[in-house]
Design a protein around this ligand. Structure first.
Ligand code: ADP
Ligand code: MG
Ligand code: MG
Length: 877
């Protein structure tokens, strides 16, 4: 088997398509060689070797070794230096790279091959001892921390001491002698913590480094990242061994990272940073403040021009925005990496639409290019322009959107606080962030750092998740001991509110109100294209006129679920509701319901008006009645007072309604079977509202939906009453309204007997929350105690309440759709309309499934409507 793939010169054994085997980095290094871009030669050890490494108890299989030797020889031949030569050594980097990029998760070791002997040789050969010792001290640091697990801070500490002793600020101010001394100290640190001397055998260095890369695949950080990003099914990481080029050889050398377009806004401008006389991750690590790429034009005009050509060439070749890494060695440019650049949702949309205009890609590709989830970004809250906005400081706008939240100073504090108070919005404030912080960053609504640039860890991660982020805000001083921050003279304690605007970089004290954006410009264009290709309709779950109107703006084509229970909690209603529940006979219940009826009618009028011309599915009352009664003594006392009944009576009724398993108790269609007057009141309110809105000249399409049906008899019983009331209302008004009666399919029995149920249901709506709950027998409200373990132990691939369990719940849905449709067709020659209204209706993977089983529509919360439109289009393409 071929385990090692060479690249260099203008050839390569691999290519850009071989990501699974060579990792993204290796595949693209090969591809760049093939299209004639200057890349230092090297070779890629495949991801299969990583898998084999773990299968063999963390050993590199013997048969790989000769292939490594052979590839190394080819590199030596191309560069004209020998690995391990002490007079003129070939140095290499050892770089990780899986099929999907995991920024900052894996470790790279540079300058490998340097030893006490060859560092002298390098100094002599290059006539640059400063450079030679700088490279060596970096190697000991990187090798020690990455391969041997020495805390990087120990090395950093020595460096700081040295800089202090010398009275200099920057590492570039240290001279050759200083660095030589630093090497001595680094080696001491290494010996102290590893218990052995820094290896003087280059070959041993290389093998240990390769193993370190494999080990990092199962490192905590990498595992955590894959968990959060739901990355599964990869073989492992590849290892790239590549001849070094040096950005730290002096002032005609340097290193940089760039994006071929602005990853924040998507604007077609070259965007990035570079540092003179620097190596590797210096730019990203915030060691010195990097210069914007545009300045390179003045400093190294030829290199800049060449870089601009490569920028063009890469975009033309990959037909996508690229994230590139480069190094300049004494005026000569080398490319070290290219990959599709991470971008905000805003940028993704703009780039996709621009590239269609530029003729690089077609509309379909544009629609497929944008991750539906990333549209969240364009729907992010912005600061209310009418608010009193007083920025106290400005940092670098690193990831757009505005957020208000309480200040917390560490990722752990965020995780802890979130556990206790999941509702609190949190802004994580740090000097800088690192991969250890990702769990806390994930839970925060926004991130603010006092150092770092546009490509710092915080910025990259926040952009990836679409979280507002401001970095490099130097006015922010953090005191972890005091638990406070000061921003330009204002002191803010942990737990107090600040607001950040990641679109402008502004930081404000306290809470600033935010508003929601509109779909215009490129966003609207992309949505139009999506609508052209999708087959599924997209409705929304809304139970207020305001939500309904918002959803219409976002493109909703009707309401798929209007929950009526929220309407009973409003002012002037909850008391009547309680009166109804406490009433001892039907007459008492009807009297109480009569008080709610006009209010409920008004609600429906508002919703029908907002949805003019579009269908509105209204679900009859669903939750168990006890949810409407107060459970603590004081509140029961109060209720007794206002209703003028003894408190004992209330207690008695609460006890009576108590259930051991309320989610499977007296709820859904079981309520109107026992108390038909509840449904009758609701239907009257619906039909009368429909008549009223019809009279106002609008088109109303009400769909009355009965929840939790398990048998056809249940549906029939209620349907009879619905029809009777509706007919009566219409006869009285002398107006006919087109309305439908259907059911939710959320009990497994309903799915299995869908053929029978479809005889009386004009539509089905899959309530996948309950269906999942009842199929698995998982109580949705109690999964906290075991779901994390289930996911960690891979007993379930994903939380089935977030993404449809295709294998199980999906089968029930498939059966339900098929049987229901066949039966309705054969009995009435009618198409049974089928949709979904569970939480899953806004999840792109679930939407794909809904498309595949041939549903007519999905329904989701208003903010997910654009996401669902795009996901539906992608499912269809
Ligand atoms: P990551 O995946 O974290 O970006 P990389 O493998 O890309 O890690 O390495 C980080 C940086 O190290 C690169 O951006 C580049 O600046 C530097 N580097 C890696 N290999 C070489 C090399 N052969 N010569 C010079 N610099 C290198
Ligand atoms: Mg990195
Ligand atoms: Mg890189």
């Amino acid at each position: 088997t071929k385990y090692v793939y060479f690249f260099g010169g203008k050839t390569a054994e691999g290519n850009g398509q071989m990501r699974d085997l060579l990792g993204g980095k290796g595949a693209n290094l090969a591809e760049m060689c093939l299209i004639g871009i200057p890349v230092p030669p090297g070779f890629t050890i495949t991801t299969e070797v990583c898998a084999a490494y773990y299968e063999h108890g963390k050993k590199i299989p013997e048969e790989v070794l000769p292939q490594i030797d052979e590839a190394l020889k080819r590199v030596e031949a191309l560069v004209g230096k020998k690995f391990g030569d002490s007079a003129d050594p070939l140095l290499v980097s050892v770089r990780s790279g899986a099929a999907l990029s995991m920024p900052g998760m894996m470790n790279t070791i540079l300058n490998l091959g340097l030893t006490d002997a060859s560092v002298e040789g390098l100094a002599r050969k290059t006539n640059n001892p400063r450079f030679a010792y700088d490279s060596y001290r970096r190697l000991i640091d990187m090798f020690g921390s990455t391969a041997m697990g020495v805390d990087h801070d120990h090395f950093e500490h020595e460096l700081q001491q040295m800089k202090e002793a010398k009275g200099v600020k920057l590492d570039t101010d240290l001279n050759a002698e200083d660095l030589k001394e630093l090497v001595r100290r680094y080696k001491a640190v290494y010996r102290k913590h590893v218990g052995d001397d820094f290896p003087q055998d280059p070959r041993k260095q290389l093998m240990l480094a390769i193993q370190a890369v494999f080990n990092s695949w199962m490192g905590k950080k990498a595992v955590e990242y894959r968990r959060i990003e739901r990355i599964t099914g990869l073989k492992g990481t590849a290892v790239n061994v590549q001849a070094m080029v040096f950005g730290n050889m002096g002032n005609t050398s340097g290193t940089g990272v760039a994006f071929t377009r602005d990853p924040n806004t998507g604007e077609n401008v070259f965007y990035g940073d570079y540092l003179i006389n620097a190596q590797g991750e210096d730019v990203v690590a915030g060691i010195r403040t990097p210069e914007p790429i545009s300045r390179l034009k003045e400093v190294m005009p030829q290199v800049y021009e060449q870089l601009c050509d490569i920028r063009q060439k890469l975009e033309q070749h990959y037909k996508d925005m690229q994230d590139i890494e480069f190094t300049v060695q004494e005026g000569v440019l080398y490319m070290l990496q290219t990959r599709a650049g991470k971008r905000t949702g805003t940028a993704a949309v703009r780039i996709a639409v621009d590239m269609v205009r530029e003729g690089l890609i077609d509309e379909r590709t544009a629609v497929l290019r944008v991750n539906p989830e990333s549209l969240n970004h364009l729907l992010l809250p912005q600061l209310d322009p009418k608010a009193n906005i007083k920025p106290v400081a400005q940092g670098i706008a690193a990831s757009p959107g505005a957020a208000s939240g309480i200040v917390l100073l560490s990722a752990d504090a965020v995780v802890e606080h979130h556990e206790k108070h999941p509702q609190d919005p949190i802004i994580l404030v740090r000097k800088e962030t690192s991969p250890e912080d990702v769990a806390g960053m994930h839970l925060a609504v926004g991130i603010l750092t006092s150092t770092g640039g546009k490509s710092s860890h915080a910025a990259v991660v926040a952009r990836g998740w679409g979280k507002p982020c401001v970095v490099g805000c130097e006015a922010v001083k953090i005191s972890e001991e005091a638990g406070t921050i000061t921003i330009a003279g204002h002191t803010v304690k942990a737990g107090e509110y600040i607001t950040i605007n990641g679109t402008t970089g502004d930081v404000m004290i306290g809470k600033v109100p935010t508003v929601l954006p509109k779909i215009t410009g490129d966003f609207a264009t992309l949505m139009e294209w999506a609508d052209k290709y999708r087959k599924l309709r997209v409705r929304t779950n809304a139970d207020s006129p305001a939500d309904a109107a918002k959803a219409r703006e976002f493109g909703a084509e009707g309401i798929g679920l209007c929950r009526t229970e929220h309407m009973f909690f409003g002012e002037g209603r909850i008391l009547a509701m309680r009166e109804m529940i406490l009433a001892s006979d039907e007459a008492g219940r009807r009297a109480a319901l009569a008080k709610i009826e006009p209010l409920q009618r008004e609600d429906f009028i508002g919703i029908f008006e907002a949805m003019d011309g579009y269908p509105v599915t209204i679900r009859l009352l669903d939750p168990p009645l006890h949810e409407f009664l107060p459970h603590d003594h004081a509140a029961q006392e109060e209720l007794a007072q206002s209703l003028g009944v003894p408190v004992a009576k209330i207690k008695e009724r609460v006890d009576e309604l108590h259930e051991f398993n309320p989610m499977m108790g007296f709820r859904g269609c079981r309520l109107p079977i026992v108390y038909p007057e509840i449904a009758e009141m609701q239907v009257r309110a619906i039909i009368e509202a429909a008549i009223e809105v019809h009279r106002r000249g609008k088109k109303v399409l009400p769909e009355i939906m009965v929840p939790l049906v398990g048998t056809i008899e249940e549906l029939r019983f209620i349907k009879q009453r619905i029809v009777a009331v509706a007919e009566e209302c219409m006869a009285k008004a002398g107006v006919r309204i087109e309305y439908q009666i259907g059911t939710m399919i959320e009990v497994p029995r309903a799915a299995l007997t869908a053929d029978q149920i479809a005889e009386d249901a004009e539509f089905f709506s899959f309530g996948t929350n309950d269906l999942t709950q009842m199929t698995f027998g998982f109580s949705r409200d109690d999964i906290k105690s075991f779901m994390p373990t289930y996911l960690r132990e891979k007993i379930l691939p994903v939380d089935p309440f977030q993404s449809i369990d295709v294998k199980g719940v999906g089968q029930l849905i498939e059966i339900g759709v098929r049987k229901g449709r066949e039966s309705r067709q054969s009995k009435y020659g009618q198409h049974l309309k089928v949709g979904i209204c569970g939480e899953h209706g806004g999840d792109p993977d679930s939407i794909r499934f809904c498309h595949q089983v041939g549903m007519d529509y999905v329904s989701c919360s208003p903010f997910r409507v654009p996401i669902a439109r795009l996901a539906a289009a992608q499912a269809a393409l």
